[in-house]
Write a protein that binds this ligand. Sequence first.
Ligand code: DOR
Ligand code: ZN
Length: 352
Amino acid sequence: MGSMSKQSPDRLTIARPDDWHLHLRDGAMMQAVAPHTANHFGRAIIMPNLVPPVVTGAQAAAYRERIMAALPDGTPFRPLMTCYLTEETDADDLEIAHRDGIITAVKLYPAGATTNSASGVSDFDKVRPVLERMADMGLPLCVHGEVTDPNIDIFDREAVFIDKVLKPIRKKVPDLKVIMEHVTTQNAVDYVRDSRSNLAATITTHHLIINRNHILAGGIKPHYYCLPVAKREKHRIALVQAAISGDKRFFLGTDSAPHTDANKLLPCGCAGCFTAINTMSCLAEVFDAAGKMDKLENFTSLAGPRYYGLEPNEDTVTLVKGDPVDYPDHVDTADGPVTVFNPGFPLHWRVE
Ligand code: DOR
Ligand code: ZN
């Protein structure tokens, strides 16, 4: 599994990237956004937080069909499906779906943690038998790592989740392969770094770029509001250090989460940044600024498949550096416009 990376100062060829955490939604929204991910990415882990959520293998299979139908014929993109873990999840159903290649992972949302998470888990002991079965069959658990206790400050919810929920789960089910998703804190980076096995983390594009000032200083910016919410600058720096380090336990999960502007710009607006279109340009800018373009392929294309026990994509993409790239500021959908993530700096790299 050698690196395919070929580099000059203004060109970089890497194995085609994958997105290990993606929201494609359904219906008109999916029609509009799915082709953008399929343009650059070979595979993506598809989040199951539809309304109602994707909880059974049969529902995951049907959702996969709808995704493929939203893409042009012959698109090589492969959606890797997940089931949403509830306190009623049937381990036999997961086992069959896993055996038949329908699902790649199971998603744990603490009840009430984020968009459409009402069916999530409140009592972690109730799902322990399912987690033990997943450990036996080698089916990974993707975790939204935030507690939902209203008494816990929103900026502390990830750090508290690690101590109060994740450590106990991993102690009780040590063979369970866990992905801590969209990590936003130095605490999470340290926790993953200190682990011996069965733990990795995804990092989003936007959390490598924004801190909480971007959301709140100089006027509220709903398009930068996502969950987990961006933290202080020192945490953003810790995420960048993890991403550019070449450590195989950190890889890209964009958490690209489209909502219409009408749903973002409300007195109680939805959480999510839509980055599917310009993620590769944003990442290249971040890695280039750090002088670590040679580590981009690990983050986007090698570390993820390795952790999931899959081969990297066989084909490649080439990034080219030049004059700033123009991206549309929004994508039109039949439900209304969706604003594209604005990194706040020019993007010089594009996918050829
Ligand atoms: O910002 C987010 N948006 N975070 C999540 O965890 C869910 C996602 C969504 O589905 O909109
Ligand atoms: Zn998400």
